[in-house]
Design a protein. Sequence first.
Length: 405
Amino acid sequence: MEKKLVIALVGLPASGKSTVASKLKQCLEGEGLRVAIFNNGNVRREICRDFDSSCPYFYAPDNPEGVSLRNKIARINLQRAADFLTNGGAVAILDATNVSERRRQVIKDFFPEVPVFFVECINPDPELVAASISRKIRLPEFSHLTPDQATQSFRERIRHYANIHEPLAHEKNFVVLDTLHNTIGREQVQALLPYYPIVRDLLVSDWVRNLYLVRHGETAYNLDMRIGGDSDLTVHGLVQAQALAWHFADIPLPYVFVSAKKRTLQMTESLCHGRPDCRVVALPEFDEINAGVCENMTYDQIARDLPEIHAARTRDKYAYVYPGGEGYITLKDRVERGVKKALFLSGNAEHIMIIGHQAVNRMILSHFLFRRTEDVPYIHIPQDRYFHITSTQSRKVFELVKFNG
Ligand code: F6P
């Protein structure tokens, strides 16, 4: 008989739980299992139509009405999950905060025959919490508030949950997951927990369904072989941007990540024109390598005027760090952080795009595809093609696709 499992997420609001739930569902469905997510927020919005459940007081532990209503919502979902498992479902995912031991005990008591695996999500990065809140406050339940009021309200909600949060300890099966870095801190798992190997593997893997990795089009600096700076696209670069827009006209692009440099943002002008589905997010983590004292110089000038720099970089391009700037070796951490941030913020969206730069895109590629470090600074990053990357547990695909001509 097919084994049954309840996965109960644990974590403060905006800690990445729903993204983890959605990845788990896709991954386990890929194994042929019937999986469903039971989200308490959705039930709340379903049954609390007549009053404002977005107000922070609703979440206060000392608000008896709020507590009783939230318990009722949890029970509704537990019952739905139990019905699902009885009627042929294999894995029920409970997507809710579940931060108190008492609530977790209710879950365990509700499923005496089915193992419960608690997955606690921790988002350690204040900047990401802020970005995640700014996404949450676009939900219709905040539409009557200004963005500032909605942010404040959401932060207060988080504080209420933080006040009753009790770390996982007495549960038989649990992992504590850092959802930014996909790393597991503490864990305790009994040998016979069904689907554990695949679930654990998924939790620590990057999961990207369709990442389109694009380099900005031609700039004035590219024509001169001049490095760094913040130059504009040339006319030819704008034509490339238009070609990219045509190529992606029928592909949904909910998230397009760019750097803080003009040339990457300019690529999105035609791409996102008239497309309200397209959200452009600038991440300085994707800024081009900082060439320090060589910024704004041409390669010829560097070779002529700063021959020792030219020679040292030629000797070991990966390890060489420009005086006052960066090297590939130091770029790695910043770019990896950008990738994690983009994956976190895009919340398992089916399609995402990153428009980056030559050195940055080399680092992004090598994040997904193993290359010896000495080869990374030489990966060919054309301006008329993009890399289509899929990286899930069951599918690893890399394709270089031409979009211009
Ligand atoms: O030439 C364009 C550019 O993006 C520069 O701004 C940057 O310094 C360079 O590419 C990185 O490539 P490489 O490491 O091969 O010099």
